[in-house]
Design a protein around this ligand. Sequence first.
Ligand SMILES: Cc1cc2nc3c(=O)[nH]c(=O)nc-3n(C[C@H](O)[C@H](O)[C@H](O)COP(=O)(O)OP(=O)(O)OC[C@H]3O[C@@H](n4cnc5c(N)ncnc54)[C@H](O)[C@@H]3O)c2cc1C
Length: 659
Amino acid sequence: MAKKIDSKIPAGPVPEKWKEYKAHQRLVNPKNKLKLDVIVVGTGLAGASAAASLAEMGFNVYNFCIQDSPRRAHSIAAQGGINAAKCYQNDGDSIYRLFYDTVKGGDYRAREANVYRLAEVSNNIIDQCVAQGVPFAREYGGMLANRSFGGAQVSRTFYAKGQTGQQLLLGAYSSLSCQVKAGKVKLYTRYEMEDVVIVDGRARGIIAKNLVTGKLERFSANAVVIATGGYGNTYFLSTNAMGCNCTAAVQCYRKGAYFANPSYVQIHPTCIPVHGDKQSKLTLMSESLRNDGRIWVPKKIEDAKALQAGTKQGWEIPEEDRDYYLERRYPAFGNLVPRDVASRAAKERCDKGFGVNNTGLAVFLDFSESINRLGLDVIMQRYGNLFEMYEEITDVFPGDVANEINGVKYYKPMMIYPAIHYTMGGIWVDYELQTSIPGLFAIGECNFSDHGANRLGASALMQGLADGYFVLPYTIQNYLADQAVWPKVSTDLPEFDAAEKAVDAEMDRLLNIKGKRSVDSIHKELGHIMWEYVGMGRTAEGLKTGLKKMHELEKEFDENLFVPGTKEGLNIELDKAIHLRDFFTMGQLVAFDALSRNESCGGHFREEYQTEEGEAKRDDENYFYVGCWDYKGKGNEPELIKEPLEYEAIKVQTRNYKN
Ligand SMILES: Cc1cc2nc3c(=O)[nH]c(=O)nc-3n(C[C@H](O)[C@H](O)[C@H](O)COP(=O)(O)OP(=O)(O)OC[C@H]3O[C@@H](n4cnc5c(N)ncnc54)[C@H](O)[C@@H]3O)c2cc1C
């Protein structure tokens, strides 16, 4: 019988909760300079915004990242934009509508109250970033411009060309830099958190490795915040930056932090297809392209076969022989259905043999109609850097005219296919963003909180910045309030000794295996297992096979890994080996969760549970909960703990994007 937990949301009807939250914000006095230390691990959008805000409120912050500068965090990869309910387009948007779309987009598996709070602060984020000088795109008249993302019928996505993440991070970085100069933030670049230190049941510090000298160092504080990103790289090939890893999160999980909904992994529909087995990275083509690009495959199987054989090109296929399958299946949202729906539809067409590249695993994203309507200049203003990126990788420029049929110009289409992109699951947090370990908080992509089973486009940046600028700086004070009477613990405590010794022993273990296989070769194999058995379409049998194969491969890792060099100085292979050790734990956790959830919802698609039309079939009677996993040791099955979901403002229903 699974244990049950609740999310510590104050009792009472929904509007009261949200009022209480606002009232609570007013109680906080930013001028109250507390002498308390907070460790923030991560300098992506979540970490940098939190570190800057906490310092602004008077806390002393120690901020860590693995890169040589906070500006190189994975967040700079974000292309398309950030959502907010400003309703500048006057198209009927509102906080409620953003809240509703996000809950529906997450297939009714998100915590309702959290999402409402997220929607409420969304507008503040835009104001904050504009004040920092973030150069959002503007209309001719000076108003901030908006475009649409999947799962919404309004335009609420703010953007800076195709580089929104980079511009937002520069904004957060400038705030952070002010606090560094003011002496309130101490930055530790090229430091990796290897463990969290628990003293008397509370998070009191971390063990971090100086990645340049190889030395382990101890840091203590009154609270620890992790903002270390998602676990998409468990699949080896993903759109994530190569350095993304889940070591900090998994180590917190091993120390007792629950891990929630790990099976909710997002597969993004518009990525450049895999083109060989030497690849180590996949490239995203932003969802924003679906505003003007139309997705299609041929109607006739003989055309698809000719495309696969290379004897025909996409632009030779006339309009009447094209199947714009998203527009056909989902007329109300067309090409802007949410990512999980678009990805499954692409897979369905390719599985039926209609794929358009030599592997049969691609569909077209075509700009012919929009270029003919708006002109290439306008399209380039919107997506220029994405077109150039596509050309650099594939040698095809999507703005080149390729053919003319009946007086209509046809441009070279992009080829795209779904790929691992984002992880909705993460460290479990309560309404205050505190994990199940007191004093340990998790924000941004590394927590599970707001997206349910599927994240809508442009809402990760919104969540990361909401957590960092507007939620954590207030909620953490409820914890820190009674910490003011506690002295900061010494790093000489036996708990720090034990944690450091354990990390050191692990490094020795990995270096001394002295086997024959490189980290990457094993990681690639793990990625194949994950994609094949724990990927877009899952079955109970496949998941069991995947788990068995993962156990076998983990044994191979433990017995036949080769890590060159020593633990002194820079050793990237050793760092990668530590990450891979944790990807194994994570991969198994994803499979356990997927196996325990006998339903399909959002990014978690169990083939046994689908409607006649191939849509995800939820089971609200039995699975309307957050699945939290409690670590029980290597090789043991973790324990499932359920947090029941409570919906008071939104009626839970079957998702419909057709009408
Ligand atoms: C190609 C791409 C495009 C995207 N486009 C969009 C978009 O348009 N809109 C949108 O909303 N979302 C988008 N996303 C998602 C979004 O970018 C991420 O979810 C978000 O940036 C995550 O931010 P974060 O701060 O939580 O983590 P990250 O940006 O991943 O930062 C993690 C930080 O933690 C540090 N770190 C990690 N492990 C350790 C450790 N052990 N010790 C010390 N430091 C550590 C890293 O150094 C880094 O500073 C996109 C994602 C990708 C891959």
